[in-house]
Design a protein around this ligand. Structure first.
Ligand code: CTP
Length: 245
């Protein structure tokens, strides 16, 4: 296991003194499709220090009192594009792309709100950005060097979501099913599934698809090398179990 870094580092320069732009991977897919697992597996396999994982969940808008009441009744639509602060998302991604540091909100799914603390993130060599609507905004889509869609069957996603929302997000069976049938499922077919056309790679089944993850990692390595980045392959064994410098 390797330590995943989201901490700061000086920008990377190539041999001509040019700052190397980070490689941005956008990962899209339905709720509980395994986006985070795919992202984590990519990070574990990359022979690159300084990889940052940014999640769309951090950019949920702050709710007013009425919306809070609706959320408590499983009636607020968290799957509609209007639920996200795309402006903040865009500026955050832009800053990270420029190698600058950003303060990212921390989202609490139990209270449906932002925590008072924020998370500091810094520029990186590879930035992975995951969420249900990562392909929705044209400008954000343009920023992604590689677009990955995680395509997991709806029954598998619902089963996972039930387990997760009840055990980790403070929900009950009735509430999860109500929210799923009235908002999560329609939004998937209306907004998420059609955005698959933007994908460079579609990963069936999600995190367990080792071949797809290996192909993605190879592409990232090749692209970084083309940008003048030297991989750590030969040194990798030295860092196993230890933080990368
Ligand atoms: N959501 C919710 N309550 C909130 C905010 C969001 O129930 N207060 C739900 C939305 O309905 C949306 C989902 O959270 O469908 C988005 O998170 P999801 O993509 O399921 O989480 P990840 O862990 O990123 O997904 P994956 O399992 O694919 O990694």
């Amino acid at each position: 296991t390797r330590t995943i870094y989201t901490a700061g580092r000086p920008p990377w320069y190539d041999s001509t003194g040019q700052q190397v732009e980070p490689f941005i991977i956008g990962i899209c897919g339905g709720s509980a499709s395994g986006k985070t697992t795919v992202a984590t597996k990519i990070i574990e396999s990359l022979d690159v220090p300084w990889v940052t994982l940014l999640s769309m969940d951090s950019f949920y808008k702050v709710l007013n009192e009425k919306q809070h009441e609706m959320a408590a009744q499983n009636e607020y639509n968290f799957d509609h594009p209007d639920a996200f602060d795309f402006q903040l998302l865009k500026s955050t991604l832009q800053r990270l792309k420029e190698g600058r540091k950003v303060e990212v909100p921390i989202y609490n799914f139990v209270t449906h709100s932002r925590e008072t603390r924020t998370k500091m993130m810094y520029g990186a060599n590879v930035i992975i950005f995951e969420g249900i609507l990562t392909f929705y905004n044209a400008e954000i889509l343009k920023m992604c060097d590689m677009k990955v869609f995680v395509d997991t069957d709806a029954d598998v996603r619902l089963a996972r979501r039930l387990k997760r929302d009840i055990s980790q997000r403070g929900r009950d069976l009735e509430g999860v099913l109500k929210q799923y049938s009235t908002m999560v499922k329609p939004a998937f077919y209306y907004y998420i599934a059609p955005s698959m056309v933007h994908a460079d790679i579609i990963v069936p089944r999600g995190g367990e698809n080792a071949v797809a993850i290996e192909l993605i990692v190879q592409h990232v390595h090749t692209q970084l090398q083309l940008r003048g980045f030297k991989l750590r392959e030969k040194l990798a064994h030295l860092y196993i179990g230890q933080p990368l410098p």
